[in-house]
Write a protein that binds this ligand. Sequence first.
Ligand SMILES: [Zn+2]
Length: 57
Amino acid sequence: MPRDHRPSDDITTVWEPCGSCWGQRVIWTLHRHGGRLHREACPGCLGVGQRAVIVAA
Ligand SMILES: [Zn+2]
């Protein structure tokens, strides 16, 4: 994922917390058998914790 993307003057990129993991970057799943938490990378933001929202000026 390129991180050096520069928005143009007409487009503004706004970062908002991922709604799936609430910025935690991971999803914790509680296993009923064993009672321990299983950690998975958030599928919503792919472990970034934020989502880029393109807003046209
Ligand atoms: Zn997420």
